[in-house]
Design a protein around this ligand. Structure first.
Ligand code: PHB
Length: 393
């Protein structure tokens, strides 16, 4: 029997078989590339290191083959600079022909790449950046990290239930900081509290001292802080230098400040700090125990919330490919991710099909010593929290 091409079916099978034997071109077509753009150098390099280690660990544990395709990571350093992110994203799309863009250590970097995801119809997995509006920059953005409003309303609720009437806020002066400041103020005010002062510090090379002096003079019941992952050490150092640890002003924060990467090196001054966040290396679940153990073996350090964002971002990529049977059409992949749910090392999570943001538990935690090391120990949970900004729209 002849096919449309004029070859017999048997001949076609033979040709196909030969191509499989000789064909590096064919083998290449079976590779699905993931362009992982991260700050690997500069002040936010810890984010890059954590996500890279988690993504590699995910592949090592789950195998490099999914739905008949070989997953290949193409890792690029954007140094945390938006222009570089955009250029790298363009090169990855045009030259490397990646099927996914992923990573994005800071909000401005995700904003820089989002238009390219739309133009090329390529899924863009935000594994780190956390300003609420990022998912609105392109219908191809799916987020495996968190949003600042999602995390912050929990600490505002904890504060109002624990006798805090007057608070001040101190945030990094860009997207996630402004989101955190707004969410905290709205939530505390709605519960009858008051924000008596708000200070914004530069994202790069922040000197907290003058701001902390203002806090010290105003003597609020509590100081609420957001600074991005990695900047918490500098903040804590200056908090102590200004004597604020002995001022009676309660320090409360998002978990970015007492990040697992740095909390132990902060020393005992961090003890008792109350934060809310979606991940702690001390999260007591079998999934997390296995994750922390494997991560320590692979990377010789504790995973932080950036690592879990990277891990779950890879999970989204794998599961979406399974659903499309290995097809790499961007629209189909994003559709496959919508509504997906799974048990992450952080706890149960899902992708909100309307917003493409992650819905997750938010934990209230206290910095405590566990076996001689400082950890964020969870003591209460807000379950299945969506991004509240988009939920209200
Ligand atoms: C962000 O730039 O969106 C960002 C970075 C680090 C964080 C949180 C938010 O810890």
């Amino acid at each position: 029997m002849k096919t449309k091409s004029g070859f017999s079916r048997r001949a076609l099978i033979a040709i196909g078989g030969a191509a499989m034997l000789v064909g590096p071109a064919l083998a290449q077509a079976q590779t699905v590339k993931v362009g992982l753009i991260l700050p690997m150098t500069g002040p936010f390099a810890s984010t890059g290191r954590q996500i890279e280690a988690a993504a590699k660990l995910y592949i090592a544990q789950n195998g490099a083959t999914v739905a008949g395709k070989t997953i290949e990571l193409v890792i690029k350093d954007d140094t945390g600079t938006p222009d570089v992110t955009r250029r790298i994203a363009q090169e990855l799309l045009v030259n490397d022909k990646v099927s996914f863009l992923a990573g994005f250590g800071l909000t401005p970097l995700a904003f820089a790449a989002a238009p390219l995801a739309t133009q090329s119809k390529t899924p863009l997995i935000v594994m780190a950046a956390a300003t609420s509006s990022i998912t609105e920059q392109s219908p191809f953005v799916v987020r495996s990290s968190f949003t600042l409003p999602q995390i912050t309303i929990g600490i505002a609720d904890w504060a109002s239930k624990n006798g805090i009437k007057k608070a001040m806020t101190l945030v990094s002066d860009y997207g996630p900081g402004i989101d955190a400041e707004k969410a905290f103020k709205e939530r505390l005010t709605a519960a009858g509290g008051e924000v008596v002062g708000d200070v914004r510090v530069p994202l790069r090379n922040p000197d907290f001292s003058p701001f902390l002096q203002r806090v010290s003079d105003a003597k609020p019941d509590a100081l609420f802080v957001f600074v991005p992952s990695g900047a918490g050490s500098q903040f804590m150092k200056q908090f102590v230098e200004r004597g604020l640890d002995k001022s009676g002003i309660k320090l409360i924060a998002t978990g970015d400040v007492t990040d697992d990467d740095i909390v132990d090196s902060m020393g005992d001054v961090a003890l008792g700090t109350i934060t809310t966040h979606h991940y702690s290396a001390a999260h007591p679940s079998p999934e997390n125990k296995a994750f922390v153990e494997a991560f320590r073996k692979a990377a010789n350090t504790r995973p932080n919330f950036m690592a879990v964002g990277g891990w779950d971002g890879m999970h989204l990529i794998y599961e979406a490919l399974k659903k499309t049977n290995g097809a790499t059409d961007g629209t189909a992949l994003v559709e496959a991710m919508k509504g997906m749910s799974w048990v992450s090392p952080r706890g149960p999570v899902s992708i909100d099909p309307k917003t493409r943001d992650i819905v997750q538990n938010v934990y209230v935690r206290k910095v405590e010593k566990v076996n001689g090391e400082l950890y964020n120990v969870e003591f209460s949970t807000f379950e299945a929290v969506p991004d509240p900004v988009k939920a209200a729209k």
